[in-house]
Design a protein around this ligand. Structure first.
Ligand SMILES: [Zn+2]
Ligand SMILES: [Zn+2]
Ligand SMILES: [Zn+2]
Length: 102
C-alpha cells in the first residue's frame, strides 16, 4: 500500500519567515527540529519539540506540505495524506545560521 500525495502542485518556492521557529523565538523556547511550510514559508518546530508549532501552523492554516529544514534534507511531509515527499533538489535554502539555545 503506497499512499500518494495529491497536494504536490501546491508546493511553491518560499522564503523562510525566520531563521528558527518563529513562535519559539518569540517566547524564548527551544526546538528539536525545524520545518518550513511550502505554502507560505512559515518556520515552525517539529513534533518532538515541546510546542509543535509546525503542526499547529497546519491546523490553523490548512497548508498541507512542510519541508525538513535543519538543514534542508530534500524531503517533505504532507499533513493531509500523511506521506513523505521526495523534494529532490527543490529545497528551501536557509536564510542564515540557525539560532540555537543549547
Ligand atoms: Zn498531500
Ligand atoms: Zn516552535
Ligand atoms: Zn504556511
Amino acid at each position: 500500500m503506497t499512499k500518494t500525495c495529491s497536494h504536490l502542485s501546491q508546493i511553491v518556492k518560499v522564503h523562510p519567515s525566520a531563521r528558527g521557529c518563529e513562535e519559539c523565538l518569540r517566547i524564548g523556547s527551544m526546538w528539536v527540529h525545524l520545518r518550513v511550510c511550502r505554502s507560505c514559508g512559515h518556520v515552525g518546530c517539529c513534533d518532538e519539540s515541546p510546542h509543535r508549532h509546525a503542526t499547529r501552523h497546519f491546523r490553523e492554516t490548512d497548508h498541507p506540505i512542510m519541508e525538513g529544514y535543519d538543514p534542508p534534507e530534500g524531503w517533505g511531509w504532507c499533513y493531509v495524506d500523511e506521506v513523505m515527499i521526495d523534494l529532490g533538489g527543490d529545497t528551501t535554502p536557509q536564510d542564515g545560521p540557525i539560532p540555537r539555545f543549547i
